[in-house]
Design a protein around this ligand. Structure first.
Ligand code: TA6
Length: 286
């Protein structure tokens, strides 16, 4: 077999719905695809492996709607925890492609987003967001940085809302959460402490785990995905179970095929002073 050549793109190409996307291929054949809409990673295939991210076949690909699947970038508001659209503005905005390079064995692409007239109407702060995606070997790393380029402080919450592709939710578990305090959105936002050695999915799961470790693992029969994060103190685990049938951009039984394990910054919104920069990252390894 010949080694595939790295494809370091110089420009995005047309993807679904005519939205622009970037295809990034490392020298070892590991690849990722990123839409400028939301700077959303929609595909990650490790070297010699198969697709590791879930993408809904019913997803919209339109400037007006979030893409369902992959890695939505949540900023400046997580979920419905404020007055903004669900999960904030970044996943609904068109980011700029800021270049791709080869860094050692990784293909790396950078995306940027600034405030617009539209974003200022909803959230009146100047900001500069950068998303860097690095793919190579058995890893994908996604780094998000936010800089306050205005003259007054602002606070934000954020997340990398990763949808993992799994074979069967019934045989999937998350390890690394034992002993953590969590808030259960599926049980009326009640507070609990995790006692299980593995979180399994029985019905809807929608939990915010506080003060999470830097590493958790998604476990399936015969494979494990290591999920490391920095800068994001919380881990959110989400699977809608039967509620999937009520979500128009998911097929009714899609819940069997994905689990979201998200790097999140929720409990203590991050305040950024003028000129200050924050960054967080999620690194996935198989
Ligand atoms: O992160 C979990 C969550 O906030 C859930 O409550 C669920 O609604 C999910 O995200 C998806 O949100 P979305 O706005 O993309 O439908």
């Amino acid at each position: 077999m010949t080694t595939p050549l790295a494809d370091i793109p110089t420009a995005p190409i047309a993807g679904a719905g005519g939205l622009l996307k970037l295809q990034l291929i490392a020298p070892d054949g590991a690849r990722a695809e990123i839409y400028l809409h939301g700077a959303q990673v929609t595909s990650w295939i490790p070297a010699g492996g198969s697709e590791r991210l879930f993408m809904s076949h019913a997803s919209q690909f339109s400037e007006d709607a979030p893409i369902r699947g992959g890695i939505p970038v949540v900023f400046p508001q997580f979920g419905a925890m404020g007055p903004l659209p669900l999960h904030g503005l970044a996943r609904l905005m068109r980011w700029k492609f800021a270049g791709a390079t080869l860094e050692g064995a990784n293909a790396v692409a950078a995306f940027q987003l600034g405030d617009t007239e539209h974003s200022r109407r909803l959230w009146d702060y100047p900001f500069f967001a950068e998303l860097t995606v690095a793919v190579g070997g058995s890893q994908l790393a996604v780094m998000l940085a936010i800089t306050n380029i205005g003259s007054e402080a602002f606070s934000f919450t954020s997340g990398l809302h990763t949808y993992f592709s799994i074979d069967d939710i019934a045989t999937t578990a998350v390890e690394g959460l034992t002993g953590l305090r969590y808030r259960d959105a599926a049980a009326g936002w009640t507070d609990h402490q995790e006692t299980a050695s593995r979180l399994v999915f029985q019905g809807e799961v929608n939990r915010i785990y506080f003060a999470a470790p830097d590493e958790v693992r998604l476990i399936e029969p015969g494979r494990a995905t290591v999920i490391q994060s920095t800068g994001f103190p919380e881990v959110v685990v989400w699977n809608p179970a039967a509620k999937c049938a009520t979500m128009p951009d998911l097929e009714p039984d899609d819940y069997r095929r994905f689990a979201c394990v998200e790097a999140a910054l929720i409990a203590a919104p991050r305040q950024l002073e003028p000129g200050e920069r924050w960054q967080g990252a999620q690194r996935l390894s198989v």
